[in-house]
Design a protein around this ligand. Structure first.
Ligand SMILES: [Zn+2]
Length: 311
């Protein structure tokens, strides 16, 4: 994967809430997931307006009202000779590419206008429309305020604790979160919440698995089209994307499958508790999206009878 050094980086699509000293693309402290282990922390969509959902460090007060300060990141990413060596600037470009894709694809495949969603960069803790969260929960999408939240140190957790060190893990994670935004815009997320109502825990988890696998499929669809995406000024964002990048995406999908995470955290594999899908299914759906490039045709995990709890 090579990024185009001539592509301008649109930092208005992110909101930098990392505070002073958090910039520069450096790594801060490594967030260590709490006693619950690694299961369930990974790239999720959170239920809106449930105080205490995250179970950690409730901040109270100004939920989602912080606006951040993009001065540093905008300056940093404006320097074309160094921007592409910086973690945060590269991630802004991934966000630019993913949103450029959906701006065209949502009308084309679903007949609906795309609404942009910002990615909030935070360190350690953040206050959101879905409640307060800390880094241990991993990146997530909040439907209540239409934002993706990520502490970039998560990529260290991904590389060192979860065994997915490839660079392409990063756009895969972001594209998965934007997949949840698409589900929010299309009403899929609301439909899925309605379908969960009154079901057993296992049935509710199955609905969650279908939602998550669809987000993986949407990530694959973006990957299919990534090299076609352009920056604000019309420059291609990627110079190249290779088979080994896609393999890194598949490797990431494998490392964050529920069964793999359950094994890694030392527990037994319990399919009824799956919320994101098995390693095999996560790979399968990412690949389905990547192979076809058509989100309407290839990503209907809800209609696909092969998605069952514990297969
Ligand atoms: Zn998710």
């Amino acid at each position: 994967m090579e990024l185009n050094e001539n592509a301008d980086i649109d930092t208005s699509q992110v909101e930098d809430q990392r505070g002073s000293g958090g910039g520069g693309g450096g790594f801060g402290g490594l967030p260590i997931p709490g006693g619950g282990g690694l299961v369930g922390i990974i790239i999720t969509v959170v239920l809106a307006l449930v105080g205490g959902y995250f179970g950690v460090n409730q901040l109270g007060g100004d939920s989602g009202s912080s606006t951040g300060d993009n001065t540093n990141i905008t300056q940093e990413c404006a320097d074309k000779t160094t921007a592409r060596t910086k973690l945060d600037c590269r991630n802004v470009l991934y966000v630019n590419s993913i949103q450029a894709f959906w701006t065209e694809a949502e009308p084309e495949y679903f007949g609906k206008q795309y609404q942009p969603a910002k990615t909030v960069l935070f360190s350690n803790r953040v206050s959101t429309g879905c409640g307060a969260a800390d880094s241990g929960v991993g990146p997530f999408y909040c439907p209540a305020d239409d934002r993706v939240y990520i502490d970039l140190t998560f990529y260290q957790v991904l590389a060192k604790q979860l065994g997915a060190p490839g660079e392409f893990a990063q756009p895969y994670v972001l594209a998965h979160e934007y997949g949840h935004h698409i589900q929010d815009l299309l009403g899929t997320e609301a439909k899925m919440r309605a379908a969960q109502k009154g079901g057993s825990e296992a049935e509710q988890n199955l609905q969650s698995v279908k939602l998550e696998l669809q987000a993986d499929c949407y990530a694959g669809v973006w990957a299919h089209h990534a090299t076609e995406t352009k920056s604000k000024s019309g420059q291609p964002i990627f110079k190249s994307l290779t088979d080994s990048d896609i393999q890194e995406g598949l490797d990431t999908a494998k490392q964050i499958g529920d069964d793999t995470l359950q094994k890694q955290s030392g527990g037994t594999v319990n399919p009824a508790e799956f919320t994101h899908g098995t390693s095999a299914d996560r790979q399968k759906w990412f690949k389905a999206g990547f192979d076809s490039g058509d989100p309407a045709k290839s990503c209907d995990t809800f209609a696909d009878g092969s998605v069952v709890q514990g297969d």
